[in-house]
Design a protein around this ligand. Structure first.
Ligand code: FE2
Ligand code: FE2
Length: 354
């Protein structure tokens, strides 16, 4: 039944525009920060092109040849070692989706240009894939891993306990990141992200060539390619952000670079002093477990190769930031000279992401 109170115009031509006397009423200002107004400004064409490329290069972790990853091809210790390494990786890569999702929302709130928002989204997407690789590799070789299983030997108890300590620190990172993301400018955040992406692309390139297993080889090549694209995104954003830096921000970036080294060394090499809260036996047992992963053909580099790789990656970062007048922090662990900022690093300073 038609509602008698509603008048329906009998044809389109009967509708008349309403122009209020005295003009249209301005809409209220949208309180900021807010994702509105929604616009699609493009200032950096290069970022727009990287975003389009990221869609063409998309891949699906489910399509890796998982049938080729057979538990029976490894000893129990090797399977544990591989699960342990992927759990260490997941401490970094599994934070990726949430970290970049938050950065994506932040970019909308700050009305960053459209390609910045889209590139953050694409990194979020990629990191979800990287996390899925950790999930699938662990699921194939150590069901219940990282932590939902009952250890039966001392080696297994050591692995389980170390992973628990790693995730304790992952939780501390997330708390710090949540505060940092609102407090720091894009220049500071992205220098940290850039360091993480440089670390990630270096790690996966090294492991892609060292692994003897076809599933891991394909996985590491594909992740490494994504990480190189993330690095390119960070560099493109930083080229826009760095020219206007103040000395104060430069000083913050120097501290951030040291924080990045402290945080990322856990996966690239070994954890230095300064952030990681770990029991005294952690590192020894970590080495034993890494040896098992290495012997399984996962592609974990030796201690010295890892140090060389990390040193080379840091040298590249140094060249990039020094071009913009940013001092590099001292990294005595790798014989790298620079400004000593180690005393001013706190857990809230840790913001890099893989
Ligand atoms: Fe990444
Ligand atoms: Fe990643």
């Amino acid at each position: 039944m038609p509602d008698p109170n509603v008048t329906t115009p009998d044809s389109d031509s009967a509708r008349e525009l309403v122009v209020p006397e005295g003009g249209f009423w301005p809409a209220p200002e949208v309180p900021q920060p807010n994702i509105y107004p929604m616009e699609w400004h493009v200032e950096t064409e290069k970022l727009a092109a990287i975003y389009q490329k990221s869609k063409v290069m998309a891949w699906n972790p489910a399509d890796l040849p998982w049938d080729g990853l057979r538990p029976g091809d490894f000893t129990r210790e090797q399977r544990l070692g591989i699960m342990y390494w992927f759990s260490v990786l997941a401490n970094f890569d599994a934070s990726g989706p949430a970290v970049f999702a938050r950065a994506t929302i932040r970019a909308f709130e700050k009305h960053e240009e459209d390609p910045v928002r889209k590139c953050f989204f694409s990194i979020t997407r990629d990191e979800m894939n990287h996390e899925e690789c950790c999930q699938r590799a662990i699921g194939a070789l150590w069901p219940g891993g990282p932590l939902d299983w009952t250890p039966e030997t001392d080696l297994e108890r050591a692995a389980h306990n170390n992973i628990g300590w790693l995730y304790h620190n992952g939780g501390r990172y997330w708390n710090g990141y949540n505060q940092a993301v609102g407090r720091y400018s894009l220049a500071v955040l992205f220098t940290s992200f850039m360091m993480g992406e440089m670390a990630a692309s270096t790690l996966f390139r090294g492991m892609a060539s060292a692994t003897t297993h076809p599933v891991f080889s394909e996985m590491f090549h594909k992740i490494g390619r994504d990480e190189s694209r993330h690095l390119q995104i960070c560099m493109t954003i930083l080229e826009n952000e760095w020219p206007g830096l103040t000395d104060e921000v430069r000083g913050t970036i120097t501290r951030q670079l040291r924080a990045g080294f402290v945080f990322l060394s856990m996966i690239l090499w070994e954890p230095p002093e300064g952030f990681w809260e770990l029991p005294p036996y952690f590192l020894n047992n970590h080495r034993v477990l890494m040896d098992h992963a290495r012997s399984a053909g996962l592609g974990v580099l030796s201690y010295d190769q890892q140090a060389d790789n990390w040193r080379n990656a840091i040298a590249k970062i140094r060249v990039i930031v020094e071009r913009w007048g940013i001092d590099f922090p001292a990294v005595p662990e790798l014989d790298i000279e620079g400004v000593d900022v180690s005393a001013d690093i706190s857990s809230e300073d840790i913001i890099p992401v893989f």
